[in-house]
Design a protein around this ligand. Structure first.
Ligand code: NAD
Ligand code: TYD
Length: 349
């Protein structure tokens, strides 16, 4: 099988590409990524010379390029992860999210439809999405696959729109598709603008830990390698035209998570107990901040027999170890443009 994976140089994409390249040596994996600030080929250095792997640098919004690639490689399926993915950036520049997340997705759908139409057998467009499309929960309840879409940020609105387009191509043109909506991921290779890697990096450097609002926001955290395994299952065994919610059964209030992270970091860095917690600084809240996300993952659990393989403490400990062992990676991604972003978002420290 020839599989196009978009966004494979990013956080989740790089784990998915590695899993597929190593587990399916007879499949050809083409990783298409435009290498934005969040894309990093260092993430895939260990598999870049595998015979069943090809990297193409390119933008999913480029119609000519995408049509050329479909013609050249004859993709039979697509796993679409490329996206602008950070809520705070979407608040500053919504149009970038419309371009990549909506127009880029429709561009891929058009190319797939053009090449596959007439013989959809053995083809699949797998769209990777987020639980943020469902909006926010109150103190109770869980997002299920039938929860109505109610996005609140420009990021989640753009992802919701792309989900709708994928479904519409299925209904209107018969394009075989599947969608999964996942909760917050954490793990190695995540760009340090998201909560966990940002705070690990700041603790290493003794910088303030900027907790938004009162810190009582809740997220459901999943280890990235468990998400990659779920994607493998949905791709190979999921039912066409269905949505699968993927979650960690693992809800944490931000402030409790940050305190756990501080305790683990003190231990690993041999620092005095309580020293990282002193870095916690409450800052202005994110506009439109969603109170709580939590996924009901019982469908994928029952139908595809998936469940997370590591506990949060294990996953978080592995994640911290990875960042401590890969300071070079961290240094490379936190220079230049990152510094400018950080100062714009949090002010000079
Ligand atoms: P990421 O920002 O780390 O990676 C995105 C990748 O897409 C980068 O390599 C980037 O270079 C590439 N990209 C961006 N714009 C592109 C374009 N126009 N053309 C080609 N490539 C482009 O994101 P991530 O956290 O790995 O998320 C991957 C996918 O999973 C996204 O679709 C995201 O919405 C979804 N998701 C993420 C999470 C999470 O917690 N991170 C949770 C659920 C769903
Ligand atoms: P984030 O990692 O950006 O993921 P998402 O917004 O997609 O859930 O944020 C996770 C939570 O942490 C969210 O409630 C916002 C909060 N947060 C902070 O309190 N401070 C920060 O500096 C960041 C980046 C996030």
């Amino acid at each position: 099988m020839t599989i196009l994976i978009t966004g494979g140089a990013g956080f989740i994409g790089s784990h998915v590409v590695r899993l597929f390249v190593e587990k399916y040596p007879n499949d050809h994996i083409i990783n298409l990524d435009s290498l934005t600030y969040a894309g990093n080929l260092e993430n895939l250095a260990d598999i870049e010379n595998k015979p069943n792997y090809t990297f193409v640098k390119g933008d999913i919004t480029n119609e000519v390029l995408i049509n050329e690639l479909f013609g050249k490689f004859k993709f039979e399926s697509v796993i679409h992860l490329a996206a602008e993915s950070h809520v705070d950036r979407s608040i500053k520049d919504p149009l970038a999210f419309v371009k990549t997340n909506i127009i880029g997705t429709v561009n891929l759908l058009n190319a797939a439809k053009k090449v596959w139409e007439g013989n959809f057998e053995n083809t699949l467009f797998y769209h990777i999405s987020t639980d943020e499309v469902y909006g926010t929960l109150g103190e109770t309840g869980l997002f299920t696959e039938t929860t109505a879409y109610d996005p609140n940020s420009p990021y989640s609105a753009s992802k919701a729109s792309s989900d709708h387009f994928v479904r519409a191509y299925g209904e209107t043109y018969g394009l075989p598709y599947v969608i999964s909506n996942c909760s917050n991921n954490y793990g190695p290779n995540q760009f340090p603008e998201k909560l966990i890697p940002l705070f690990i990096n700041n603790i290493i450097n003794n910088k303030p830990l900027p907790v938004y609002g009162d810190g009582n926001y809740t997220r459901d955290w999943l280890f990235v390698k468990d998400h990659a395994k779920a994607i493998d299952l949905v791709f190979h065994k999921g039912k066409q035209g269905e949505t699968y919610n993927i979650g960690g059964f693992n809800e944490w209030k931000n402030i409790d998570l940050v305190k756990l992270l501080c305790r683990l970091m003190d231990d690993k860095l041999n620092r005095e107990k309580g020293s990282s917690e002193k870095l916690i600084t409450y800052v202005k809240d994110r506009p439109g901040h969603d109170l709580r996300y939590a996924i009901d993952a019982s469908k994928i659990n029952k139908e595809l027999e998936w469940s997370p393989s590591v506990t949060f403490e294990e996953g978080l400990s592995k994640t911290i170890d990875w960042y401590l062992d890969n300071e070079g990676w961290l240094r490379n991604v936190t220079s230049g443009a990152y510094q400018r972003y950080y100062e714009k978002q949090y002010g000079k420290q």
